[in-house]
Design a protein around this ligand. Structure first.
Ligand code: 3SL
Ligand code: MG
Length: 239
């Protein structure tokens, strides 16, 4: 089983998405929040790239049916019900509702791979569960990272490494199966786990703590707190 990591979405070829299980990662914070929405009882999550599309869909469905969530630059979009804190998505607000979410990078990453047959939602909180689900598919795995504003983001790369490390428990990985980027991500994860690499100094992580989201980043970087592995299909994310 070959494993590759795309450090920033958007550069994959259609070939790379064929016969491949795709895992989309935006650990800070979109994919973590999406997992939380489904754990919080949301019926489904609809990701949109454009905030205006999210608003239009929400007004079609009506406020009884849906919750409108999202951020730009980490801050809740004006007029939206909630921002992008995972804990907002675990709250009663989302129970039995359709969650419509638009975020700076994460929802773009999801849209960029929508032609793939199997798309799983990955984060640190479900790293072992998503690794197991991806391994069980028996195809090669491509981890697509959201990145931050078009640049690779250490938080996503570290999470990709955490997922690859967990895949080792479910599949045989032979020499040459991991791409250089996959090996780099795994090394980064091991550095973080062994406290040699301080993730809190990296750009997006420290931007979020600067905005007061210390609890969020701690939550997002606590491994294996859930077994939920959402799937993205036909524009909708379900458990
Ligand atoms: O980029 C995204 O999609 C967001 O998850 C970014 S933030 O963590 O909410 O700032
Ligand atoms: Mg991110």
């Amino acid at each position: 089983m070959k494993i590759d990591v795309l450090p920033v979405f958007g550069k994959q070829t259609d070939n790379q998405l064929q016969d491949t299980t795709v895992v989309v990662v935006d650990v800070l914070r979109a994919t973590t929040s999406i997992i939380c929405a489904l754990n919080g009882g949301a019926i489904k999550v609809v990701p949109t790239v454009d905030a205006g599309d999210a608003v239009a869909l929400a007004s079609r469905l009506g406020s009884r049916e849906c919750v409108l969530g999202g951020e730009r630059g980490g801050i809740k979009i004006s007029g939206f019900d909630i921002g992008n804190s995972p804990k907002e998505y675990l709250s009663r607000t989302v129970k039995n509702k359709t969650v419509i979410i638009s975020t700076t990078n994460g929802t773009g990453a999801l849209h960029s791979v929508k032609s793939a047959e199997k798309i799983l939602i990955g984060a640190m909180i479900n790293r072992t569960a998503v690794a197991k689900a991806a391994s069980c598919e028996g195809h090669d795995i491509l981890i697509v990272c959201a990145g931050t504003d078009g640049q690779p983001s250490a938080d996503d790369l570290c999470t990709a490494g955490a997922i690859i490390d967990a895949v080792r428990g479910y599949a045989t990985i032979r020499p040459g199966d991991l791409s250089d980027m996959a090996l780099i991500c795994e090394a980064l994860y091991n550095g973080w786990k062994e406290e040699r690499f301080d993730i809190s100094k990296t750009f997006h992580y420290s931007r979020l703590t600067g905005l007061g989201f210390d609890e969020d980043v701690k939550f997002c970087f606590t491994p294996d707190t859930t077994e939920t592995v959402p799937q993205y299909r036909d524009g909708v994310i379900i458990k």
